[in-house]
Design a protein around this ligand. Structure first.
Ligand SMILES: [Zn+2]
Length: 303
């Protein structure tokens, strides 16, 4: 579906990143403030990964409410979700490390009616640079507690992308729960995309109704290693077996056409069920990810 086009985009960005790397080495002008600190950070070898700035077409997105307690505050390529409780805010993922994204995130949190000073926790679903970019800055600014899985803490600390690693506040364990005010999140460690990928189950509110939502922190496996693929399939089966999940949330909008679903929400008529609520869609999605992983196991796919 998106597979081939996406790979081409990823490859194209790999080339751009290689070129950008050359540019960086040639820059000799002195930088100031945060730039100076960032310039001093040694740029280690890191995995090829797509990168976008706000100037890239389509990346800037107005933030929007999806449920009464869940807001999209991310960009076209990657999500950042704000989960509001009656005793503070939880941010899920923090975009890229470019300085512009700090103001963008803070601005978006304010635009949807909250004070960034109320951030209590930041959960990173993965240790890839499109998810942990502003973690250090937000930790410094708000004192929010940052958590991800052990494998992904190691990934962040060893594969840093133009930022400083956040302090390792919290190593999230499989089936750990976190309660903030009226909201309880249950975490699952679901390796495959990375070794400590964090998935979350949490309630979402729509008027006087509450539903259980699930955010799978990594929906693709980037290896043919049968052990990794089998564990991923096992975890996806485990997710399917959780009763009562009716809402699917993702950490990349392209995974489930978030912006098309947003329009369903905009056009929703009085009295209609929230368009994101569908246990069938959730199960079909998980089954589809299992199918892809099985094809990889059987060598039917390149990636
Ligand atoms: Zn990733």
């Amino acid at each position: 579906m998106l597979g081939r086009e996406f790979l081409i985009v990823v490859c194209a960005f790999g080339v751009l990143l290689a070129l950008a790397g050359c540019d960086r080495e040639m820059q000799t002008s002195p930088a100031s403030g945060v730039e100076a600190v960032q310039a001093e950070i040694a740029e280690p070898e890191h995995s090829a990964h797509p990168h976008f700035t706000l100037a890239d077409e389509g990346q800037f997105r107005e933030p929007f409410k999806v449920f009464d307690n869940l807001y999209f505050v991310g960009i076209e390529y990657v999500a950042s979700w704000l989960l509001a409780t009656d005793d503070g805010l939880i941010l899920i993922d923090s975009l890229f490390s470019d300085e512009e994204y700090l103001d963008y995130l803070l601005g978006n949190i304010r635009k949807v009616g909250f004070d960034p000073a109320e951030l209590k926790y930041i959960v990173l679903t993965q240790g890839h640079p499109d998810h942990y970019g502003q973690a250090f800055s937000l930790q410094e600014l708000t004192g929010a507690v940052i958590g991800t899985g052990l494998g992904d803490w190691e990934l962040i600390e060893n594969d840093l992308w133009s930022t400083i690693a956040p302090r390792r506040d919290w190593v999230i364990e499989d089936l750990e729960t976190l309660t903030v005010g009226d909201t309880t999140i249950t975490f699952m460690i679901t390796p495959g995309h990375t070794s400590g990928t964090v998935s979350l189950e949490f309630p979402v509110i729509d008027g006087n109704k509450s539903y259980q939502a699930f955010l799978a922190g990594g929906t693709s496996v980037r290896t043919h290693d049968p052990d990794v693929l089998n564990k991923f399939i096992e975890d996806m089966e485990r997710i399917k077996s959780i009763e009562g999940i009716e809402v699917q949330i993702n950490n990349h909008p392209f995974i489930d056409d978030l912006f098309a679903r947003q329009m369903l929400l905009v056009n929703r008529k009085e009295g209609e069920t929230h368009p994101f609520v569908s246990r069938e869609d959730f199960l079909a999605f998980v089954d589809q990810r299992i199918g892809v992983a099985k094809d990889q196991l059987e060598g039917k796919m390149d990636n």
